[in-house]
Ligand binder design. Sequence first.
Ligand SMILES: *Cc1c(COP(=O)(O)O)cnc(C)c1O
Length: 372
Amino acid sequence: MPRPIQATIHPEALRANLARVRLAAHDARVWAVVKANAYGHGVARVFEGLRGADGFAVLDLSEAQSLRALDWRGPVLLLEGVFEQRDLELCSRLDLWHVVHTEAQIDMLSRHKTQLPQRVFLKMNSGMNRLGFAPERFRSAWARLNALPQVEEISLMTHFAHADDAVGVQAQMQVFHDTSHDLLGERSLANSAAVLRHGADPQVAADWVRPGIALYGSSPDHGLHNAAHWGLRPAMSLRSQLIGLQALKAGDEVGYGGLFKAPQAMYIGVVACGYADGYPRHAPSGTPVLVNGVRCQTVGRVSMDMLCVDLTPVPQASLGSEVTLWGQATAGQVLCIDEVAAAAGTLGYELMCALAPRVPVVVEASAESDRH
Ligand SMILES: *Cc1c(COP(=O)(O)O)cnc(C)c1O
């Protein structure tokens, strides 16, 4: 028998989260963002649950190729555009739309030989200072693209730095509007946080929204609102089992460095899950975990292949008892990945993306996919 650890992908949750985002996005079309191998879930594994999206947004050409191999004929957008000249040939061959954020990318387009003009998303740096044309360069970039026979349609795009916090999106919205209000083309501005928090403003939802994290059931502003508040369900569950039990006396230590000392006699369980599985090593004693669906806490240091749990809340736990590191227990109780991430000083984003290749992943069979 392999180690009992397994990740399960839930297509029903992906479908429900997509519907939740649509509800917040007015009539905007939805790019399902599946970069970073669908935030660690696997592009092919989320495809069934997310095929109701209007398009898929990716970073790597290989992800775009996977989508075409899955027979997705709809729009695919390269969020950072092309990296070198010959990438444009693949864009032509696979009919990929791509972001243009530098003059160098416009140069490449101007040299590209194609019969089929391409659709591009021109990106403005409206204040985040990561990718995009500064406002004073944006209009000349638009004019340059507009004059190219290789370009069929130009859409306008920007990205918010503060959609998830109290600063909000207003200042960047103003820059975007002032710079581009009279330019033709569809608009795309909002990530998950912007859709859920500010999507009621049709100018924020615009023509296309670009949710990622919300589709996977993690809250984009966890410190303020949890996933349940937003009506999001975990798309991934990481589950394992108890493979060892220890009866501790008061004063006994647990794990490397003896970081945890039993305050009284207690039972702990040893879980087949460690940092080599993608569980955060920085999760301190007290990080939440479900044993048989009951909320417990970790004790001691997370090691490469194991971690330990205080079994006080589940005296009936035994070898083989189910342990849910995040997501949904088989019996339905939920431990949001954001809570584990917060305990470890990071975000749900990082934990889901870091799921280790050694963890077997299965896609939950759903009533819906049986009908296809
Ligand atoms: C990753 C990304 C998104 C999705 O962001 P979430 O916070 O996961 O919703 C949207 N737009 C761009 C440009 C991105 O790179």
